[in-house]
Design a protein around this ligand. Structure first.
Ligand code: ADP
Ligand code: ZN
Ligand code: ZN
Length: 723
């Protein structure tokens, strides 16, 4: 009997797909969510298409039965093919990918109501220190007991105790509350000719349905959002669902407001900082098709849309769309594949498209749509380089006289400025003047970065923190520790000293760590309560501040130093995006780029405003090096807490490297980030021509090896990080 046998993919990584018997009265087709027995346990899984896996079937009489069919919309065939593809292409398991699809408990429990708790305002007279701390930390919080406990850093019992004495009260939440319907014609803008042409192409594609990929390439301030909103509107009219992917949560708040202005209501959102009730509600509404538009971080890509009609990837060049842990996938590329499997258009919007995307346009695989000028009367800013060797700041200062003068002018005129430096904290390195001791992370090959605002040193790789040291741990001297180099906080100090009247704000992921904080920041800038923003790449994208007329790039050479594959491209994009914040309103903008090498092709192209020249030169370099998009890379990362073990495992991998025509294997060698979170790391790099099937080669290669338990092997296909 074939028909009563089903293949089930469990959500547990270590266990492959298993066969089960389907009870007679149960109709569980591929895509259905079920629970099955495994040993004494009851586990969730999804019935999968039997022909996807090639291993031989288990004997019929050994099969155990599926326990129950969960009441949940089934995972459709298009999304199942996407899961197959991601597992295959990125060399991971179906389980790992499927966990991102079933990313909420809403998948396994029928919806209904849920009880959250919030403060009543009543404060018992006598409190244990833990309870007092929890009350303090949870002033405006609301959530499940578990979530509140985690937020306050106390045990569940502390919260339950506080509920019992009446300091918290229950709030009943319906997870079925539907999302309001966006109105396609709520506030339709009048588009200019270039916007109109692009919007027409997009709406036509949405109407026609079927797969297509567009690169919406418009200069900063050209109105890309207004333009692709027309495609969103068309999908809404057709009763299809839309996913808008954004690179940072920090960007969502202003985006939501803009969306509401255009469509009358806020869209559904999805990101990792949501409470579990919010996740449940969004997950269900996406799955049953009632959430028409969802705006999310990259993980939203795997949600089970019932009737998807369009994906927009905004700021599509952003490298943060590449996930670096767990399943290492690139959301931009997976979005395109999803459009292909489910048959709808995908739009990659950017003022500085990735080289790969531009290349796809040039070979005719993607369609290019251009908006070459800013909207309205706004002009592109004028960009100038400041040669730091000639126009040097004072010692232990980083703002050149020319830039300082420009900042003063803006303050006199009541205009705003942005100083861009892609380095969080106060100083990237602290060292002892007496003995040369450097403060290094005990778990990683990296310096401890001083964060003066919160008074501690922090490792940006593993999160290890320590209080600022009073004396050198090596020689015991005190008052000998010096901060080396600047981070944004130090630039802020410098501005405060040189321009004491300027109102400054530091904008990084440390200060804008939640959508609320980001919204607060935007409001302060918009209300002109800020003169100078000092920020990292976080503030270079998406924001539209009409009164901002000056951008200063503190250190343009920083990004070029590492010299990896995309260093030049990334530096170009970052500076172009930062520059793109200047002069977006009626007043013209000015940009100064501080550099020690004004003749570097990246800087020269930015100053000349010659984007095409830069891209053309860069693509030729990639072509001659056989680098992406002309060839492909895959990194193999071997790690262990034991250094010898890591080295030996890496040697074994290197020794077993297969030979294949058009493929080269480099390494093993210690990774540049030789230790990370207490694990020693070795790397190999596979470089191959596009025609080589590297996935199956690597799968066979690594599958044939055995490693000690403490060794972890990770494969990063199309890597963005080479550390
Ligand atoms: P981009 O994303 O291309 O940098 P935006 O979409 O942020 O540009 O647009 C820049 C500014 O111009 C925004 O304030 C936007 O509301 C405004 N804008 C763009 N196009 C239009 C239009 N057709 N009608 C009215 N305002 C527009
Ligand atoms: Zn010392
Ligand atoms: Zn660390």
């Amino acid at each position: 009997m074939i028909s009563d046998r089903v293949r089930v993919v469990l959500l547990t990584q270590a266990i492959g797909p298993l066969d089960y018997r389907l009870p007679e009265n149960m109709d569980a087709k591929p895509g259905c969510v079920v629970t099955v027995p495994l040993g004494p346990r009851k586990l969730p899984g999804v019935v999968w298409d039997a022909d996807v896996f090639t291993d031989s079937p288990v004997e019929a009489k050994k099969l155990r039965s599926v326990l129950e069919l969960v009441e949940c919309p089934p995972i459709g065939p298009g999304l199942r093919r996407l899961v197959d593809w991601v597992a295959d292409y990125y060399l991971t398991s179906h389980a790992a990918v499927l966990r991102m699809v079933l990313a909420s408990s809403a998948a396994f429990t029928a919806s209904g109501t849920i009880t959250e708790y919030r403060r009543t305002g009543y404060e018992p007279a006598r409190l244990t220190p833990q309870r007092a701390a929890a009350l303090d930390a949870l002033e405006d919080a609301q959530g499940l007991v578990r979530e509140l406990a985690a937020e306050a850093g106390v045990s569940d019992a502390v919260i339950r105790g506080l509920i019992k004495v009446g300091a918290f009260e229950p709030v009943i939440i319906s997870v079925d509350t539907p999302f309001p319907e966006p109105l396609a014609d709520f506030a339709v803008p009048e588009l200019n000719a270039a916007q109109c042409a692009a919007a027409d192409a997009l709406t036509a594609a949405v109407r026609k349905g079927g797969f297509d990929t567009f690169v919406l390439d418009g200069v900063t301030g050209s109105g890309k959002t207004e333009t692709y909103f027309e495609a969103v509107a068309e999908a809404i009219r057709l009763n299809k669902q839309v996913l808008v992917l954004l690179p940072e949560i920090a960007l969502t708040q202003p985006f939501l407001q803009r969306f509401e202005k255009r469509f009358g209501v806020e869209p559904a959102v999805w990101h990792s900082n949501m409470r579990s009730t919010q996740r449940r509600r969004a997950w269900r509404a996406v799955a049953d098709g009632s959430a028409k538009v969802l705006v999310g971080a990259r993980s939203a890509l795997f949600l089970p849309f019932r009737n998807p009609g369009l994906i927009i990837v905004d700021e599509a060049h952003e490298t943060s769309f590449k996930q670096e842990d767990g399943v290492r996938y690139h959301a931009r590329d997976v979005a395109v594949m999803r459009g292909r499997f489910e048959g709808f258009p995908v739009v990659l919007a950017s003022a500085t498209p990735a080289l790969e995307s531009r290349h796809m346009v040039s070979i005719g695989r993607y369609k290019g749509l251009e908006i070459p000028a800013r909207f309205g009367t706004a002009k592109m800013p004028e960009i100038k380089a400041i040669d730091l060797t000639l126009d040097a700041p004072e010692r232990q200062h980083w703002i050149a006289p020319t830039l300082l003068k420009a900042l003063e002018e803006r303050i006199d005129r009541g205009e705003q400025s942005l100083l861009f430096l892609n380095r969080r904290g106060f100083a990237p390195l602290t060292l002892c003047r007496t003995c040369g001791h450097r403060f290094q992370c005990p778990n990683c090959t990296s310096w401890m970065v001083e964060h003066r605002l919160v008074r501690r040193l922090a490792c940006h790789h593993c999160g290890h923190v320590m209080p600022p040291p009073e004396q050198c741990p090596e020689c015991g001297d005190s008052d000998t520790l010096v901060a080396c180099g600047p981070g944004v906080e130090r630039i802020c100090d410098e501005v405060n000293r040189l321009l004491p009247d300027a109102r400054t704000i530091v904008a990084t992921s440390d200060t804008l760590w939640s959508p609320e904080k980001a919204a607060e920041f935007v409001a302060r800038v918009e209300n002109k309560a800020v003169d100078i923003i000092i920020g990292t790449q976080l503030v270079t994208k998406g924001y539209h501040f009409p009164e901002l007329t000056l951008v200063g790039v503190i250190d343009a050479d920083l990004g070029l130093e590492g010299g990896d594959l995309r260093a030049a491209e990334r530096t170009f994009q970052q500076i172009a995006q930062a520059a793109g914040r200047a002069g977006r309103g009626d007043k013209s903008g000015e940009v100064f780029i501080q550099t020690r090498s004004p003749n570097h092709p990246v800087i020269a192209a930015l100053v000349a405003g010659d984007r095409d020249a830069f891209y053309d030169a860069e693509i030729e370099q990639r072509r001659s090096a056989g680098a992406p998009p002309f060839g492909r890379f895959a990194a193999i990362i071997i790690s262990s807490e034991d250094e010898r073990e890591a080295i030996e495992a890496a040697r074994a991998v290197g020794g077993a490297a297969p030979t294949a025509e058009g493929m080269y294997v480099y390494g093993p060698a210690p990774a540049p980030l030789a230790m990370l979170r207490g694990r020693y790391r070795q790397r190999l790099l596979v470089h191959a021509q596009r025609s080589v099937e590297i996935q199956s080669i690597i799968r066979d290669w690594l599958g044939g090896l055995q490693f000690p338990r403490g060794v972890r092997i990770g494969v990063d296909v199309d890597p963005y990080s080479f550390l």
